[in-house]
Each structure stands twice: as structure tokens, then as C-alpha cells.
Design a protein around this ligand. Structure first.
Ligand code: KG4
Ligand code: ZN
Length: 378
């Protein structure tokens, strides 16, 4: 294996007759979930035959965030058992697979290497094609796990490491319309929750606390208001909310602040999405909006976005909750869609800590570099 940074996919040997279905094992190890899944893709859509997710939350909870070294070690211990269980639950022998897909980035590279190396070994041992999948592309197709969805669509990808608006025309064919210039929305949820003394991961904990609060008395900053683009910024909100957290005295104060934070994040996500919807609607008759990624599990975020979609004449879709947060079914599906197009990877494909979905746009408009601070993973 070489360490050269070559991620090109190569076309598989041309086959005239397309198989009636493709069955792919997916592997996901880019953050704090060790996951494996078998997905079958056919004209009837995607069928999840198994989806196993081992969460490392307990291993990291004491540190208030994911510790890369602990994550990588845990992936090494878990990956074989998790992959075997996915095969067993799918009721398949390895010979029934058409390919092995593994997340090759972006993410914590020590973990990414574990799943990718396991995928390479499995592919080599069984003589199967290897498909290196961008984790973000997995999130991008995740709504297709629960519904027969056609391309193209407008996507808000909103997770712990990413916050982007994308025009998705098909697998490997996406244009970034906006991204965060500092933190991702999930990161803001997590960091504010930490400042409020809530457990990790912070998003779900903050949502639960907000249920009993009324945030109207807090006036939190609204970022990038004068701009017309679709970029996001959450660092000002994070700083302001963390300061306010220090002034909270009662349980009710904290619940009220949680509600204010959740509303502020949902409002910014909705405002930028509406800008993107306006632009997208000018060039597309088929108007479908999809929200994916861990923050899509948040009920306030979902309902605001549902209302925005209705206002702009878009159909609204979000993945089933189990496929919002990290999982391997989305990786298996992205792998199957790539395989269907003959887009398989060389066996020496390397793990990438950073890997923008729209590489051309990321190079021509390096938003987070311009802002002079470390941005989200992509
Ligand atoms: O997609 P994901 O599992 O991992 C990444 O690729 O980042 O997203 C995890 C993120 C975390 O920041 C977590 O706090 C957030 O999604 N999250 C939520 C909720 N559930 C997960 N944020 C707000 N409300 C939720 N209910
Ligand atoms: Zn993710």
C-alpha cells in the first residue's frame, strides 16, 4: 500500500448486463461509532438487510468529547465482530456480496484507517471490488434508505463536523452552495451543552432540557445577517451562550437558555436554507429538500425546515432517525450506487482526514481558511 494521495475511482470492467441487484457491505469508523451494514440496491430501491452500530459514547463521556486515540483503539477491537454480526444478521455468506464499501474520510484518520484497512482485507480475501466512500456522501444519500427518492435534490447536511448546503445531482455529482465559516451546528450544540454541564453528546441532552424552557428572554447574536450567501457561522452564538451559561442559577434558567440556543441554531439553519431554496427553485422544477446528519434528529430543527420547505414549494424529506446519526447503511448505499456506475477504488486508496464533497468549490472558495480559524472537517 502506498501513502500517495490519490482518491480517484476507476471504472470497473465494463459489463453490458446490469445485475438486477447489488449487495454491498458498508463499514463506518470515522468518528465514535463502529458500524457495519449490508444493503441491497435494486430497481425497487435500497433494502437494509442489516445495520449494526456500536457506539463508543461511554468510552468518551468522561472527557466531554471524542478522544481520537481512544476511538481508534476501540474501532480496532470492535470492527471484526461488528462486521461479522452485520453479515450474520443479513443472513448472507461473504460470497453473496458484490462489493465492500468503507468510509475513507473525512474524519479522525486513526479510526478511518481501521475501517478502510478492514474493508481492503475483506475485498482482497474475497476478490470483491473495494469502494472508498466519502462519509459526507453517505449522509447525502441517507434519506434514500427510507424512501424511493429521485435525484436531484437540495441538501442540508448538518452534523457534528459539517454544516453545508449542497445541490445533489447524483452520486459523486454535487455542488456546494454554502458552508460554515467556523463551527458546525452539531459542534455548537455540543460545545454549548458542555459549557452548561450537560453530558456528551450535547445535542440530544440540550434538546431534552429545552423542552421545559422558554428562551424568549435571552437575546442571542445572529451571525452574518448582512450577507446574501448561504454560509453559516456559529462561533459568536457559542461564545455568547457559554457566557450566559455561567449566569444561570436555577434549573429553569438553564432550560430557558437551552430553548434559546436551540431556537437560534434552528433559525440560522432555516434562514440560510431558505436562501438556497430561492436560488435552487429558479433552475429546478422538481423541488425536493432533504436534511441529513445528526442534527436532523432535532425536532425543532426538523419542524422549522418542514415549514420553510412548504413556504417555498419543496417536498421535505429526512432520513429515518436511525440513519440521521452515523451508521454504515448510508456507506453501503453510497458504495452500491458507486458500484452501479462502475466507480470502484484502487486497493491503495488512502484515508483522508479532510475530503470536501465539492472539491472544486472547496479549492476556489476556501471559506474556513479565509476566516483564519479551523473550520469543520470538510
Ligand atoms: O452525523 P453525526 O452522528 O456525526 C457526524 O458526522 O458528526 O452527528 C453527530 C452530531 C453531534 O454533534 C450531536 O450532538 C448532534 O449530531 N445531534 C443532535 C441531536 N442528535 C444528534 N443535535 C441536536 N439535537 C439532537 N436531537
Ligand atoms: Zn456523520
Amino acid at each position: 500500500m502506498t501513502d500517495r494521495a490519490d482518491y480517484s475511482s476507476t471504472a470497473a470492467a465494463a459489463t453490458d448486463a446490469r445485475p438486477p441487484s447489488l449487495t454491498v457491505l458498508g463499514l463506518e469508523t470515522s468518528c465514535d461509532e463502529t458500524a457495519a451494514s449490508v444493503v441491497r440496491l435494486s430497481d425497487a430501491g435500497a433494502e437494509v438487510l442489516s445495520s449494526v452500530v456500536h457506539s463508543q459514547i461511554d468510552d468518551h463521556a468522561a472527557y466531554g468529547g471524542v478522544v481520537p486515540e481512544i476511538a481508534a483503539r476501540s474501532h480496532v477491537e470492535m470492527i471484526d465482530g461488528v462486521a461479522r454480526r452485520a453479515m450474520k444478521e443479513a443472513g448472507l455468506n461473504w460470497g453473496a456480496l458484490d462489493g465492500v464499501a468503507a468510509t475513507a474520510g473525512p474524519g479522525l484518520v486513526g479510526g478511518v484507517m481501521v475501517g478502510l484497512s478492514y474493508g481492503k482485507a475483506a475485498a482482497l480475501a474475497r476478490g470483491l471490488p473495494l469502494i472508498a466512500v466519502n462519509h459526507l456522501e453517505g449522509h447525502a444519500v441517507s434519506a434514500r434508505l427510507g424512501a424511493q427518492t429521485r435525484y436531484p435534490f437540495l441538501l442540508l447536511l448538518v452534523s457534528g463536523g459539517h454544516c453545508q448546503l449542497l445541490e445533489v445531482r447524483g452520486i459523486g455529482d454535487m455542488t456546494r452552495l454554502g458552508t460554515t465559516i467556523d463551527d458546525a451546528a452539531g459542534e455548537a450544540f455540543d460545545k454549548i451543552a458542555k459549557a452548561m454541564g450537560l453530558g456528551y453528546p450535547g445535542g440530544p441532552a440540550l434538546e431534552r432540557l429545552a423542552a421545559g424552557g422558554d428562551g424568549s428572554r435571552f437575546d442571542l447574536p445572529r451571525a452574518l445577517l448582512g450577507r446574501k450567501d448561504c454560509d453559516f457561522s456559529f462561533s459568536g452564538l457559542k461564545t455568547a451562550a457559554s457566557r450566559l451559561a455561567e449566569t444561570c442559577e436555577t434549573a429553569q434558567d438553564r432550560a430557558d437558555l437551552a430553548d434559546a440556543v436551540q431556537n437560534a441554531i434552528a433559525r440560522q439553519l432555516t434562514e440560510r436554507t431558505e436562501r438556497a431554496m430561492q436560488a435552487y427553485a429558479e433552475t429546478h422544477d422538481h423541488r425536493l429538500f432533504i436534511v441529513a446528519g445528526g442534527v436532523a434528529a432535532n425536532r425543532t430543527v426538523r419542524s422549522r425546515l418542514t415549514e420553510a420547505a412548504a413556504r417555498h414549494g419543496f417536498d421535505f424529506l429526512a432520513p429515518p432517525l436511525a440513519y440521521c446519526t452515523d451508521n454504515a447503511a448510508m456507506i453501503a448505499l453510497a458504495g452500491a450506487e458507486r458500484l452501479e456506475k462502475g466507480l470502484v477504488s484502487d486497493i491503495d486508496v488512502a484515508a483522508r482526514p479532510r475530503w470536501p464533497l465539492d472539491e472544486a468549490r472547496a479549492i476556489s472558495d476556501p471559506v474556513h481558511l479565509k476566516a483564519g480559524r479551523k473550520g469543520a472537517k470538510a
